[in-house]
Design a protein around this ligand. Structure first.
Ligand code: S6P
Ligand code: ZN
Length: 187
């Protein structure tokens, strides 16, 4: 039997950086077609801001093993809609996931394949259980980076397809200084 080595790393709780992790950067241009207000999207694209960064420590895609990653989701809006992560189902759809809020303010939008949506507010210390089969997207509703940790099965994979096509059934928007969930006209 070959045993893997245990690993301990310290997440920088101010920046979300995991030393030695693989870094992924998503700019606004990587989110073409994701936001409802296309005019506001084109306008902000001139600046093409970084929307989020992911620091991932991933294992081979084998069942039983675990990956973990932090996400640093920047504050901002496209029109009325708050900045968000792409959102995905897992390729192995029955794989669950745990999120843990580290810094900033936001929430998670979840939905079943039939379009039943749920919104869970998140802040430092919030644990969110993502059950099997639910798509999940995080949203920054604050004015500082929203940072969280995700722990997920190594064989879960990411299925971005249907979300990229028509999004979630709800949009998370600002209305009169409040965070509101409204119907997505494209759904
Ligand atoms: C992986 C986990 C997170 C996200 C990250 C970016 O299962 O849910 O690490 O990958 O928050 O979101 P997305 O939707 O672009 O992968
Ligand atoms: Zn996931």
């Amino acid at each position: 039997m070959e045993y893997k080595n245990p690993l301990g790393v310290d997440i920088d709780l101010e920046t979300g950086v995991i030393p030695g992790a693989k870094k992924l950067v998503r700019r606004l241009s990587d989110l073409k077609g994701y936001f409802a207000d296309e005019k506001a999207y084109e306008e902000l694209l001139k600046e093409n801001p970084v929307v989020y960064e992911v620091y991932a420590v991933e294992q081979e895609e084998k069942d039983g093993d675990l990956n973990f990653a932090t996400t640093v989701l920047y504050p901002g809006k496209v029109g009325r809609e708050f900045f968000f992560t792409k959102g995905h189902y897992h390729s192995k759809a029955d794989r669950a996931e745990i999120y843990y809020g580290i810094k900033g303010k936001g929430g998670m939008l979840l939905q079943t394949p039939e379009g039943r949506a749920e919104w869970i507010e998140m802040g430092p210390g919030t644990v969110v259980y993502v059950p099997p089969y639910w798509a999940h997207r995080t949203v920054n509703t604050g004015d500082e980076p929203f940072i969280f940790l995700a722990v997920y099965p190594a064989d879960a994979g990411h299925d971005y397809g249907s979300i990229a096509e028509k999004g979630f059934s709800k949009l998370v928007v600002e209305e009169g200084g409040e965070v509101k969930l409204v119907d997505n006209p494209r759904w």
